[in-house]
Design a protein around this ligand. Sequence first.
Ligand code: SAM
Length: 308
Amino acid sequence: MKKPLALAVSAVERLRMWLLTQRWFTSVLLPALPRQLRWFLRKVYLAPVDLADRLLGRRNTDLPPKAGTFTGAVHDFAASGEALLDALRDTAGLTASSHILDIGCGVGRLAVPASRFLDADGSYEGIDIVPEGIAWCKQHISGPHDNVHFTLADVYNKEYNPKGTLKASDYRLPYEDQTFDVIVLISVFTHMLPAEVEQYIGEIGRVLKQGGRVFASYFLITPESHQLMDSPASGMRFKHHVVPHWVISPKVPELAVAYDEPYIRELYVKSGLSGEPDFYVGAWCGRAGHWPTDSGLGDQDTLVAAKL
Ligand SMILES: C[S@@+](CC[C@H](N)C(=O)[O-])C[C@H]1O[C@@H](n2cnc3c(N)ncnc32)[C@H](O)[C@@H]1O
């Protein structure tokens, strides 16, 4: 009984991962469905997987349930968090005594391994706009040093927090100037509009220490990705371009947003960050990405920039 159940669960999970690489699914079907229906269908699809995991005795209560994970599909949530931590150590100078800010921390993909990695001199701050995600993180993630904290921001986003009352384009991050060594945004600017990204990059410049680094993922439109995204191998197709951004769905633009790469570099320079960030290409437009595909970082482009 256990084996067929395990096989069925793995088939359901593989089907989901496959669907999310299909352009007709991500760029045609998903945008056509109302937001509430999409969020409901995801829960309905994944609730039996959680139940099966429990029956198979492999439900790890240190990790969020799959049906409560609204932050995109990764093959292995725990392993992708570890891979992210490794990437931050390798490229953004993260150490055990760093002060980290994780903007758009979701359901704690980075917070779980960071809470174990940091020593008593380090700290982790996670901020997000989805109440259920922050509630889960507060309840389940602490670490041994009382240096892991989560903040709920009541900020509007049509996809993630349609009931939010504050505008991201005016939002001041609730931290002092020059507080953090490393700031992380994984798949957050891919859901934000230009005035909002501009405000957040300005705020990042303010709260990052001099010499600190920001590690942020994007869909960046360069001459190469522009050409590739129209080919059948591309997983995403941004059809609607209003300089400086591109969207899949004008109805819910926050579903996926790409940026003209020079615009992001300009914002970095305006905010005191290096305009020549390290650029790690993503696989989203059908090319080989820098990070392994199952790391949860693979599909998007990543920029790592220092504060000057
Ligand atoms: C695709 S999820 C990624 C979550 C997490 N970074 C990860 O990699 O698992 C995008 C996250 O960005 C958050 N988000 C969207 N707009 C935001 C904003 N203006 N401020 C903070 N977080 C935001 C969403 O609530 C969501 O948790």
